[in-house]
Design a protein around this ligand. Structure first.
Ligand code: HEM
Length: 505
């Protein structure tokens, strides 16, 4: 992006292409080694992520493009220095593949060991301009489209299993952690939806989710916090060195054996469609990454946020959702809710988009400037040098009140009570999938190819919930990774509870 000069009295002020003054990026990295360590403690323990950024924005007069250290820092990060973009306008640069290079930036300032991925670099770590990216992404886009009609029935089964478990737990103890049931059944769902065949809980056994989760921990532990007490020990264990991959080798081998089996058809089809383009072993490890990291990892965070917002909204919204859902899908019907059915539910759709806006499940996007470039925020512009690492903290962009009125509030009707044009304009800024909600994944961009399936799953969740229940109550504890939602009561819909006691589970 070129810049120009404006003659403003006694000095020449550099202007951005749309006429904003170009300023020096505020903030800094402090004293080598010590400041990144101190910032890491602020980020994980003293302030928390959001306050870490908001306090620095306040310290620099409201500037939303800042130089900051990003944890984990020494010794896990190669280089912890980033330029953070923290408003809806400057965040756009993170979605512009022509301006940022995403090679190896999926996890930010550190790179997990390739030994965790069968010694292959998964697609999500490749830049969009890398020819291997197009070959792999083509397979993923094809797979997601071909399996779309399995999403609703597979989700219907997972939902029923999840809430049968929650009901049994409520009957036994009076309070049930939704996350635990979600974690168990969403792995089965993900594999059923993507591949069909035996479910991991049957083929691998009850500890399938534990194995998948452990493998995720070995990749992402430098970003986790408040999981182990005391925190000083946690900081040492999780944030200072990479956990050795051999400790998860046995679990990954079991997962690999399972996927070799269930994904055989996908691997065969890819070999036939594009002979010689991707070695079978490389594609297999990519499919494992797709299923467990991209898809399962995403649902594990997204669905608790969705249930959290529904719980907080309370019975009035529940009643409106139940009316909308039951006008399309009668409560007594036993078949799974379909994608065509949820398409006719504007309030359900709005609640799901609003959840993805308030809590994009993947909060950070990273990439390196391909060239010297100017980043524009609302009131000023900033020059970034080729090779500098940019980091977008998405919740601050998608809650930006310059784009979304009452942007920091959950407004269930936001995308229902507006004109089609306004909805489209707002959805341009709902970017949880690493691209606008109005866009789609292509071989050359970095947008999530599971985008439509994810939105569908959110809608199915709300529709299945309010077909089966009139209302529910839950307590919520926010934790750094995902909110822990503990369900304390479920009130069954009259037609469901007929013959099942008083309707309270
Ligand atoms: C709630 C669930 C999901 C969330 C939150 C999510 C989110 C994302 C995000 C943010 C990215 C971009 C990462 C980055 O480069 O910074 C991404 C990439 C990707 N997602 Fe998803 N995703 C989800 C489910 C799925 C599903 C179901 C699939 C299955 C098709 C999928 C496949 C992928 C793939 C293959 C990529 C890499 C794309 C590329 O590098 O070009 N995701 N996802």
């Amino acid at each position: 992006m070129a810049s120009k000069l404006a003659n403003s009295g006694d000095e020449h002020q550099k202007l951005s292409p749309s006429g904003l003054p170009v300023r020096k990026i505020p903030g800094g990295y402090g004293v080598p080694f010590f400041s990144p360590l101190r910032d890491r403690l602020d980020y994980y323990y003293f302030q928390g992520v959001e306050e870490y950024f908001r306090s620095r924005i306040a310290r620099h007069g409201g500037a939303t493009v800042l130089r900051v250290n990003m944890p984990p820092g020494p010794f896990v990060s190669g280089d912890h220095r980033v330029v953070a973009v923290l408003d809806a306008r400057s965040f756009r640069v993170m979605l512009d593949d022509s301006r940022i290079d995403k090679s190896g930036t999926l996890d930010g300032t550190f790179m997990p060991s390739l030994a965790l991925f069968g010694d292959h670099l998964p697609l999500a770590f490749l830049d969009g301009a890398d020819p291997r990216h197009a070959s792999l992404k083509r397979v993923m886009i094809r797979l997601a489209a071909a399996r779309m009609h399995h999403v609703a029935p597979a989700f219907g089964a997972a939902f029923a299993a999840t809430f049968d478990g929650v009901e049994a737990g409520l009957a036994a103890s009076g309070a049930v952690e939704f996350n635990k049931h979600n974690m168990r059944h969403m792995l089965d769902f993900t594999c059923a939806a993507l591949f069909g065949g035996a479910l991991p809980s049957n083929a691998i056994g009850d500890d399938a989710t534990a194995k998948a989760f452990k493998w995720l921990v070995f990749q992402l532990h430098p970003l986790a916090s408040k999981a182990i007490k005391p925190w000083l020990l946690e900081d040492l264990l999780l944030h200072t060195f990479r956990l050795p991959p051999f400790l998860v080798r046995g679990d990954y081998a079991k997962l690999t054996a399972y996927f070799t089996n269930v994904a055989a058809g996908v691997l065969d089809d890819a070999e036939k469609a594009d002979p010689g383009s991707i070695p079978r072993d490389e594609l297999l490890h990519n499919l494992i990454f797709l299923a467990i990291f991209n898809a399962y990892g995403g649902y594990k965070i997204f669905l608790p946020h969705l249930v959290k917002w529904l719980a907080r909204a309370g019975p009035e919204l529940h009643g409106r959702l139940a009316d909308e859902v039951r006008a399309v899908v009668p409560t007594g019907s036993t078949s799974a809710v379909t994608l065509t059915a949820v398409e006719k539910m504007p309030l359900v759709k709005s609640v799901v988009w609003e959840t993805l806006r308030m809590n994009p499940p993947v909060e950070f996007q990273y990439g390196r400037a391909r060239e010297d470039t100017i980043i524009e925020s609302h009131d000023a512009a900033y020059e970034v040098k080729k090779g500098e690492m940019l980091c977008g903290y998405q919740p601050l962009a998608t809650r930006d009140e310059r784009v979304f009125q009452r942007g920091r509030e959950f407004v269930p009707d936001r995308f229902a009570a507006c004109s089609d044009d306004d909805r489209r304009r707002l959805l341009e800024h709902v970017v949880w999938s690493n691209g606008p909600e109005t866009g789609e994944a292509t071989e050359g961009n970095k947008q999530c190819p599971g985008k439509d399936a994810v939105v569908a799953v959110g809608r199915l969740m709300v529709a299945e919930l309010f077909r089966r229940y009139d209302t529910f109550a839950a307590s919520v504890e926010e934790t750094p990774l995902e909110p822990v939602v503990t369900i304390t009561s479920l009130t069954k819909a009259a037609a469901v509870s007929a013959g099942h006691g008083d309707g309270k589970a």
